[in-house]
Structures are given as C-alpha cells and as structure tokens.
Design a protein around this ligand. Structure first.
Ligand code: CTP
Length: 407
C-alpha cells in the first residue's frame, strides 16, 4: 500500500509546538505529512522546523506564484487522504463553520473532498463561548471529526477545557479516521456479538452481568463505517443501534449462538459479548413464589455453549478471522494466551476488567492485541470508539496483506 498522506494545517496558537511532535508520531506510523502553516502559526513554529520534520516543503501563501505553479491549493487538499487541523484555533474553526476562504489554510479546507479532523486549542472561555460551541456543533454536523480539547492548565494561565489533545491522542484519532475512510472493508462480511446475555430463572427474573455493549457496538459501527456488511447480535443493552448494519436482538446465550449460526458464513467474527457461562438448568415456567416457612429456592446451573469456540471450530463454515476478548481481573496475558488456544480463535483482545479500571459500562478501554506467538501489542487507554477503529484498521491490514499475498 502506498504511504497514506496527511495534510496538516498548523494554525496560530502556542500548541503549535506540539504539532512538531505530532509530525514525528505520524512519520513513525509511516504516514506522509505535508504541512500548511498559517501566518499566525509561523509566529509560533518556523517553516524550517516543520519542513525538516515532515521532509517536505511547507506551504503558506495562497497566491505564491511558485506554489500555485507547482501545487495549486485544490491539488494540495485533494492529494491528501486526510486533512488535520492542529492546533485548530477559534478563528479557523469559525472560518471553517462559515465556509470562509481568505488564506491558503481556509481555502484548502473548503476545497477538500477528504475527511477532516480538527484538534482545537484555545483559552477555556473562548472554547465555552456560545459562538465557538455553535461553530463546533456545525462542523460536527458537517462531518468534521473533533479530537480534544483536554482539561488542564492552558498557556494563558487559566485552567479548564482548552488544551490541545496530546500528539499520541491525535495520532490515534488520525489512525481511527483513516481506518474508516475509503471503505477499506467493502465486500467483507462481519458478525459481532455484543452486550450481556440474560439467563432466565423464571418469567420475571434472570442472571446477567455488567456488560454495557459499548465496546461491541462501537466495533460493529466502525466495521460498518469501513464498508463491511455487518450483523450485530446483541444481548439486552441500552446502547442505541448503530447505523448501516443488521441488528439481531437476543436474550440468552443459546439464542445468541443460534442467531450467529443462522448468519454464517462470515469473513470475520468478533466475540465482544459477555456471554453468561451458565444458565439455570430448569427454568421455572411461572414466577417463583415465596411463602412463610418455604425454603429459598436452590438454583441449579448448567454450562452454556461457548459461542466463540463453536464458531472457531475448523470446517468449511469457519470465518477466515475469529477474534475474541479475554476479560480478566488478573494474569491478563497468561489467561489471554490460554483462551486464544483453548477457543481456537486467531486474535484475542485482552482487557483488564478489574473494578478499578471502570471498563464495564465506562467509555474507555485498555487492551492488548494478542496474535498467535507474536509479541502482544499494548494499545494506549482510549475511548471504546478509538479501540474499535484501531481494531478495524488491524482487520483491514490483515485482509489487505492476504489479498497482496494471493495476487
Ligand atoms: N465467549 C463466548 N461464549 C461463552 C463465553 C465466552 O462466545 N459462553 C466469548 C466472549 O465473547 C469472549 C471470549 O469468549 O470473546 C472470552 O470470554 P471471557 O468472558 O473472557 O471468558 P470465558 O470464556 O467466559 O472464560 P472465564 O469466565 O473462565 O474467564
């Protein structure tokens, strides 16, 4: 695959120095970076520093004869796979929200047909101003993605929301945006299990767990956004159904397995559901009643089918890539490797679900990707959406390299 290209627009803010670090992070990820430095941006970092790190000339002037001859602003904005504005000042966000084009940066942003990601950085009062909030809401509605700002001390001496996201955080958001841009999974069939299962005790009571379905739903949404044809088999959750996929709602593990099997064949299966390991052996047909002197009921449990193991079994219906999760509270990697082997899946995302991590029900996750004997890949703590996007990027790479090997 040719190196993917980022057009990085550096606007005028003290956070511009962090954009130099961002260029490094992007180059480490084999992304090509071409930069536009606004006039105000050049007050904070020099064109020479930006050009040296990017390894390409920096563009600043809308009407520079040389630049226009060699590279028009239209070409500049179109040759990129993604346009990133970091730092994005209140002024540039306002221009973008209103379609102004009075310098090279704003003109390129108006002329681009590529996804745009902005990393705002400004004084906390400016960020909270109704005008900025209005502009950011408009940009989100226009499909612009926003990373940060973060809380903390700002250069102007005030504390609040306004610090630009850290370079690693922006790099992750860039990877996520690239993963779902350009439909890299078009034509691929994917099935995702998500949420808890409910195992009935009687018609009104059940055994369940704390899974929210956030991670599974985020993965299904990211796969669909990347062009895959997605079936999401979900236990009972409060998460809204993601767009552009087929949602099958189930309650118990047995129903979940039946729904998965009814939807084979698939190219990829991702078991993100927290499937109950046991169900009540004999479900009461009527509500269990209590009465004075009557002993408390004793629940006899029986093992549920292992959905992941069943789907990963060798055979003509086995998906090409089977991915499971290992939710652990201790010995994370050892248990994850054991699960990879015992379930017969190809990859395992190991995540620490100890209570203090707040993974269950929370918006963030910290995972390690375990693939066969290779060194596990530890991903930094990030939103469940970013984890999903990174997983989708890994899946896209996997199928891309299989295609290349087969060609
Ligand atoms: N899984 C499944 N069916 C089950 C149990 C688990 O498909 N009956 C899947 C989960 O969706 C997950 C993986 O198996 O992808 C591991 O689930 P986890 O809860 O971490 O482990 P268990 O297999 O339940 O083992 P244990 O409870 O002993 O940790």
């Amino acid at each position: 695959m040719a190196a993917r290209r980022i057009l990085l627009i550096i606007a005028g803010g003290i956070a511009a120095y962090k954009s130099l670090e961002l260029i490094r992070r992007l180059k480490e990820r084999d992304l090509a970076v071409r930069a536009i430095l606004t006039k105000a941006g050049a007050e904070f970092v020099t064109p020479l520093a930006v050009a040296s790190l990017a390894g390409e000339p920096v563009f600043s002037e809308l009407f520079s004869l040389t630049d226009e001859a060699e590279m028009g602003h239209i070409r500049l904005s179109r040759e990129a796979d993604l346009v990133v504005v970091a730092p994005a000042t209140a002024d540039l966000l306002a221009k973008m929200a209103n379609g102004l084009a009075d310098d090279l940066a704003s003109t390129a942003l108006l002329a681009t047909d590529k996804p745009v990601l902005v990393a705002p950085a400004m004084n906390p009062q400016m960020w909270q101003h109704p005008a900025t909030l209005r502009n950011v809401a408009q940009l989100r509605a226009d499909g612009v993605r926003v990373v940060g700002p973060n809380p903390g001390d700002t250069a102007c001496g005030e504390t609040g929301l306004g610090r630009m996201a850290e370079p690693d955080q922006i790099a992750l958001a860039i990877e996520a945006t690239l993963a779902i841009a350009g439909q890299p999974l078009a034509g691929l069939r994917a099935l995702v299990t998500s949420g808890p299962t409910h195992e009935a005790i009687d018609p009104v009571r059940y055994i369940a767990n704390r899974s929210s379905g956030k991670q599974g739903h985020a993965i299904a949404a990211a796969l669909a956004a990347a062009g895959a044809q997605v079936v999401l088999v979900s236990g009972p959750v409060a998460e809204p159904p993601p767009a552009d996929l087929r949602l099958i709602k189930v309650a118990s593990a047995e129903e979940m397995l039946a729904a998965c099997q009814a939807n084979l064949p698939q190219d990829v299966v991702i078991g993100a559901a927290a499937v109950a390991d046991w169900r009540v052996a004999a479900r009461a047909p009527h509500k269990l009643k209590k009465a004075p002197g009557l002993a408390s009921p004793r629940l006899e449990l029986t093992a549920n089918p292992d959905i992941l193991r069943t789907l990963a079994r060798p055979g003509p219906m086995r998906p090409a890539l089977v991915i499971g999760f290992a939710a652990e509270t201790e010995q994370l990697l050892a248990h994850a490797r054991a699960k990879l082997a015992s379930k017969g899946c190809d990859w395992i995302l190991a995540n620490d679900v100890s209570t203090e991590t707040g993974v269950f029900g929370g918006g963030h996750n910290t995972v390690q990707l375990v693939r066969g004997d290779a060194e596990p890949e530890a991903w930094p703590r990030s939103t469940k959406m970013a984890v999903a996007a990174r997983l989708v990027a890994a899946i896209a790479c996997h199928f891309e390299s299989r295609r290349t090997a087969a060609a």
